[in-house]
Design a protein around this ligand. Structure first.
Ligand SMILES: [Zn+2]
Ligand SMILES: [Zn+2]
Length: 62
């Protein structure tokens, strides 16, 4: 990991570049928040993605 690595404040994912992070942020967090994580506020397009996120990061709905 370089010193430029950054971490998404909403979902905790890490990115090697600022561009990578911004693309992720636009794609994942600028969508309509149909499925918002109650644990951290991250929004997902599908319920499955939200469950996957919560299971991984928050150990919920396991
Ligand atoms: Zn994110
Ligand atoms: Zn979350």
């Amino acid at each position: 990991m370089s010193h430029h690595a950054r971490r998404c404040p909403l979902c905790g994912q890490q990115f090697a570049t600022r561009q990578g992070f911004e693309r992720h942020y636009q794609r994942v967090h600028h969508q309509l928040s149909r499925f918002a994580c109650p644990g951290c506020g991250a929004a997902f397009e599908t319920r499955g993605a939200l469950i996957d996120h919560a299971r991984t990061l928050h150990h919920r709905w396991a």
